[in-house]
Design a protein around this ligand. Structure first.
Ligand code: SRM
Ligand code: SF4
Length: 565
């Protein structure tokens, strides 16, 4: 990866994120982009990757790597209309290799797009009225929103604010429209004002999310900026604002670590944009632009202190934080099956293992969801497909009269409406191999085997029905938010993981290292003996994550104290 100085120089010299992308795209000799353009492409929502399964073979054949592109949508709160789903499904079928992939930030990723099809793919995504601007890069990323199907009016109010904020925090450059959508070249091309971001954008990625208690499905304490919705009798009263969360770390580098967001205080809903803008611009101005690995907001707050940071945010926003309002999270997972909404419409959450929507022999997930979206598109005004931050899908606002028809399609296509065992219901895995260039071990492809093995152990100890959050990441960057898993495997090398234990199930306590660089046998042996103790010694209703901390097996790492109701 380019070092920080060169990334900063590149941004400054990029003519507002244009670089030489047009020239790179036009070059027929290679399937890759020029190096600087690979970095700039991220701000347009795409990554250059290569198929790592083919790397060695292509090297032997003296071929360049199998270059291909991942594309990520900007879909605030993961909300799609059925027509948009159908549009994205068409993009996957036509241009991508492994179907659609629901991400842990409620976006869709497409993998395996080749260079000459990048532009048609982005055009097809935009034709579905979805863009990919700022889905990656040193800018505000896709804004997450708790899905909470029980609370549709509150969800709608919070989602509207989140979508408006996502729009407000977009870069102002027209580069995206010029390069991908054949937009008109304006006189000031390359010099447009970027009032929020300036010449060098942010020091690092920046993530914003809105949680709707009692569910912490977005893991609000893992966000750079989090808004916890406070409601009274179903009406939005305001938000408790938290800042400085993040998961990423580097193995063996104590200067980097996961961190939970800290409380700034309560604000009224009308101050959301001012406060978000203030947090983002303080980070823009105070963030570390020398050491890229220390450039996230979590380190900025640590360097300057929470009080100084809060005071500067208040000054810039012209808003004073009130003491936090009480709220309570009960868990950070999803709930499956049908749930009734306040207005009589229904919501169905389906389990999509690792968020991968592709057809395979057993479950024809992609064609099943296509059929459901087509039904709703034709017959249900206001129906939505909501991507959840746990990589699942909620089919929302279904009129009661269509329930049987949806159920029939679910059964016909073998879609998963209950998620199986509690372990399988909640487990998360990042993409990792073969596309992720940073992966050190398998994650998504290992998940089914890991679940089967751990479920077998749980069975042995009579624990199969005990809820348990497992999260697997192929490297310490933490894309599946593993440091908030009761059990987590963090990739270290092929087949080897750090076993982390002891987060809670509400996303309020980080786990701690239990075994380093362990293989599957060592991990399963450790879990076997811990499950035996858990089965014998747990208190009534005690979760595994809480038990291992109480029993002294895992150190209680950082915990946030929320103002409980
Ligand atoms: Fe991530 C980098 C995938 C959510 C922390 N992440 C990557 C890249 C782009 C690899 C790269 O830089 O070359 C991965 C692409 C893999 C692929 O082949 O598709 C990747 N991240 C993902 C997704 C798809 C994981 C998933 O299985 O769903 C998620 C896409 C989110 C989205 O839609 O925007 C994803 N990544 C996260 C999260 C979770 C979250 O945001 O809630 C985190 C932890 C929270 C955080 O940011 O602290 C996360 N990703 C990272 C990091 C570490 C950042 C850091 O502060 O150190 C990297 C590496 C980096 O930025 O240098 C990274
Ligand atoms: Fe890739 Fe690591 Fe993120 Fe997994 S955690 S997707 S391996 S960067």
């Amino acid at each position: 990866m380019a070092d920080h100085a060169s990334v900063e120089d590149l941004k400054r010299a990029s003519r507002r994120l244009r670089g030489t992308l047009l020239e790179s795209l036009a070059d027929p000799v290679t399937g890759a982009l020029r190096e600087g353009d690979q970095t700039l492409l991220k701000y347009h929502g795409s990554y250059q990757q290569d198929d790592r399964d083919l790397r060695e073979e292509r090297r032997r054949q003296k071929l360049e790597p199998a270059w291909q592109f991942m594309i990520r949508t900007r879909t605030p709160g993961g909300v799609l209309t059925p027509a948009q789903w159908l549009g994205l499904d068409g993009v996957a079928s036509r241009f991508a290799e492994r179907g659609l992939r629901i991400t842990t930030r409620q976006a869709i990723q497409f993998h395996g797009v080749i260079k000459r099809e990048l532009k048609p793919t982005l055009q097809a995504i935009n034709a579905a009225l979805i863009d990919t601007i700022a889905a990656c890069g040193d800018v505000n990323r896709n804004v997450t929103v708790g899905v909470n199907p029980d609370e549709t009016p509150l969800h709608a109010a919070v989602w509207a604010q989140a979508a408006a904020l996502s729009e407000h925090l977009l870069p102002r450059t027209r580069a995206y429209h010029e390069i991908w959508l054949d937009g008109e070249k304006l006189a000031d091309s390359g010099e447009e004002a970027e009032p929020l971001y300036g010449d060098t954008y942010l020091p690092r990625k920046f993530k914003t999310g809105f949680a709707l208690p009692p569910y912490n499905d977005i893991d609000v304490f893992a966000q750079d900026l989090g808004f916890v919705a406070i409601a009274e009798r179903g009406e939005l009263r305001g938000y408790d604002v938290v800042a400085g969360g993040g998961m990423g770390a580097t193995h063996g580098d104590a200067a980097t670590y996961p961190r939970l967001a800290r409380m700034l205080g309560f604000i009224a809903p009308e101050h959301t944009i001012a406060v978000a803008e203030a947090v983002l611009t303080v980070q823009r101005d105070w963030g570390d632009r020398v050491q890229r690995k220390r450039a996230r907001l979590k380190y900025t707050i640590e360097t300057h202190g929470l009080d100084a940071f809060r005071a500067e945010v208040e000054r810039r926003a012209g808003v004073r934080f009130a003491p936090p309002a009480p709220f309570r999270f009960i868990h950070n997972g999803d709930r499956f099956g049908w749930a009734p909404g306040a207005d009589g419409r229904l919501h169905l959450t389906l389990r999509i293992l690792s968020g991968r929507v592709g057809n395979d022999a057993g479950a024809r997930v992609q064609s099943g969801l296509r059929a459901i979206a087509a039904l709703l598109d034709a017959q249900a005004d206001g129906a939505q497909l909501r991507l959840t931050p746990n990589q699942n899908l909620t089919i929302a606002n279904v009129p009661a009269r269509l329930r049987d028809a949806v159920d029939a399609l679910v059964a016909e296509h073998g879609l998963d409406r209950d998620g199986g065992t509690p372990l399988r219901q909640a487990a998360l895995a990042c993409v990792a191999l073969p596309t992720c260039g940073l992966a050190m071990a398998e994650a998504e492809r290992y998940l089914p085997r890991a679940i089967a093995r751990i479920d077998a152990l749980l069975d042995r100890h009579g624990l199969r029905e005990s809820p348990l959050h497992l999260r697997i990441s192929g490297c310490p960057n933490g894309c599946s938010r593993p440091y908030l898993g009761e059990i987590a495997l963090v990739g270290k090398a092929p087949g080897r993981y750090n076993l982390m234990l002891g987060a809670d199930h509400r996303g309020q306590r980080l786990n701690a290292l239990h075994l380093e660089n362990a293989d599957e046998d060592a991990i399963l042996a450790a879990l076997d003996s811990l499950f035996a103790r858990y089965a014998r010694e747990r208190a009534p209703g005690e979760r595994f994550g809480d038990f291992v901390v109480r029993a002294g097996v895992a150190a209680a790492r950082e915990t946030v104290e929320v103002p409980f109701t």
